[in-house]
Structures are given as C-alpha cells and as structure tokens.
Design a protein around this ligand. Sequence first.
Ligand code: PLP
Length: 405
Amino acid sequence: MSISQLARSIAESPTLRLNEEARILREKGEPVIHLGIGEPKNKAPITAILSSAAKLSTGDIKYTPTDGTPSLKKAIIKYTEENYGKLVAPENVIVSDGAKQSLFNILFTLCNPQDEVIILAPYWVSYPEIVKMVYGIPVIVTPEDGSFHPRMEDIQRAVSSYTKAIIVNSPNNPSGIIYSEEFIRQIVEFCEQKGIYLILDDIYHKLVFDGKIPVPAYKFTNKDVESTKLIVVNGVAKLYGMTGFRVGWVIASRKLVEIMTNVQAQTTTCVSPVMQAAAEGALTGVQSIVESLRLTIQNNRDVVMQEMKTFNSIRITKPEGTFYCFPDFRAYSNNSVELSNILLKKALVVTVPGKEFGMEGFLRLSYSGSVKDVTEGIARMKWALDPTSPNEIYIGDRKMLRDWL
Ligand code: PLP
C-alpha cells in the first residue's frame, strides 16, 4: 500500500486525539478532567432544536443549494449587518460544514502550489495543516518580544512575492487575547495595499469579556465587499455551543464565493438541511443564550485566574475572550508534549501541548467545562508539578501520594 506524501505529511488533530483518549479513559471509569477541548457544556438553543426537528419531521431531506439555503443565508446576512455593520448580498455568503471546511475552501480557492500563507503564532492547530493540504506553505510568524500579540514589523519581514494570504484569529485560540484595534487597522491597510488576502477567523468574536468588543476589520477598509481582500469566517459552533451541528460560513466577494461553491459542490455538495435549519433557528431565535454563555465562560475565566495565582512559577496572560488560556510552564519543562503526558498519566488531566500551537513550553487549558472541573483540574496539576503543594490528593475516590518530586 502506498500513501501519498501529502497525506502522510498531515498531522493528526491533537485536540481530537486527546478528546478520544479522554473518552476511552472515562469509559474505563477513570475520573478524567478534560481541559483539552473547546466545547461549552450548554445545550443547543431550543430554537435550533425545534427548527431542525421541524425540518427532520417533514421527511423531505434532500440536497440544498451548495452555498446554503436561501433562508439561512438571509439570517447570516442579517447577522453580518448587525454585528459587522456590513450589508452583503446572498452571493457573498457560502455555508459550509463548520468553519473548518470554510477555511479549507478559502485556502483551496486561493493557493497555487508553493504559495505562502502567513500564520501568527500562537495559532490554531489546523491552520498549518490545511495550508499544507492545498500544497501551500505555512509561514509562521512568532512575536519576537515574547508576547502573544503579533507585530507588523515581524509580519512585514515574513512577506514575500509568494505571500497569498494572512490568517488572523482574534479573539485568539489558544492565547485568549484580542488583537489591538491599531494592529487590525494596520494589517487591513497593509493587506489592501499589497493585494494580500486577509482571512479573519472570527469564530470567537462574541465570546469576549469585561465589556471588550473586538472591532470588525471592515471598519478599516473603504473598499466594498467585491473588491476588498478581507474574507470573514464565522459559525455557530462557539457562538451557541453548537459544535456538533457543523455549520460555518464565509463572507467574501461574489467571485470567491462562486469558486468556493464549485469546490464544495465537488467535495461535500452541501451542508445537511437539518443542520442548516438548526443554524437558522439559532441565528433567528432569542439571543440571550449567547450572553448567558458568555457570562458563564467569563466566570470560568475568573476562576482560572484565581486558581492559577497560587500555582508556583506559572506565568499566565489574562484571557480577554474565547475559552482558552495559555500559561507558560517553562519553569517546569520546556517539553510541552512530555508535560501534557505527565499530567494525563499522573493527574488524569487533559491539556494540549503548546508545541501544537507553535509555542513550546506552554499548555493550552480550556475552561469551557464546569467550574468544578476547572478548579479540580488546576488543583491536580499543582499537585503533580509543584513541590510546594500538599503531596496528597484525592483523584476520584483514590487517595494519591506524590512521590516523584
Ligand atoms: N477556528 C478556530 C480558531 C477554532 O478554534 C475552531 C474550532 O476549535 C474552528 C475554527 C473550527 O470551527 P468549526 O467547529 O465551526 O469547524
């Protein structure tokens, strides 16, 4: 059996792998705490459930237009107008199986082999792999000042004649920071001027804390949606805690949407009409669920910050959005994969190694679960790593003694 070089070069999704490991351990009855996956615990909005159930009960479940049902696209257009102050046409919208497929469609549509795509570290694990899948070259830009905030000078240095696009994800997975308004202005102006596509992965744009509102990049361009280089990605996964429904979308020029539609037509045809109905139900229903989810997550963020305070030698940047934080564990180890394995083995806590996000020595912790999970997870991590913490702990109903520090 011979496997293509390209397929072989694509890394496994570390977050999905860890999810599976946690599931297997839980099935065996192990009291695992999952600080790995970014998935809120809330139930899907009732309007999403009723809308998809109504569609399902018609029994008339057929292909839809590839780019999405007209009624879902209408709801997305309204969302874009309300949240971005941008009026777009149905031809500027394409609905896909989650923001992940949206990103794949964009990059497949834009990249020639060897084209470069700039990715800002720390970055979401899938960006480099998707770029590789379309024969592009991921160019990673890491802030040289040791922060999580990208700097224009580092980006400008990485740009070449092959640069096709830059991906910006703010609020950012994994760091939880929001990029400054000034940076967004600069990068929009830079991309519009240089003719480089700016892909804005806005999947967390409503999961923000302390009254902060990320400024829509559209504010800084005077080009219309047909001529701008801005491409906006969004979806229902994080906004409503509807990760399993798999609905995302892209706002872009008609030309790009037309080609992405051809790409999608030849791969997945369309998103299931049942799931599109669910997304429409969520978007057109009462929006208080978004605020209540946001408040729950903000409270979890506060708990994390409180608990991490007493974690010796750990440096943590306060997240301004998302449900992730990205503490610096270099005081304990520079090898985040090893550290994450130790935490899983000794303390039954799932974390994601910073290496997967392009920053060694850090761990990504998700606080999308319950306060109890977050508190207990951090207590177990302290027990496993910090010699100044008490050396006995209960994990489930087992009393554990730390004898390795
Ligand atoms: N973009 C970022 C930054 C993410 O963190 C995720 C999911 O974790 C996605 C996109 C994918 O979203 P979806 O579940 O809609 O495919």
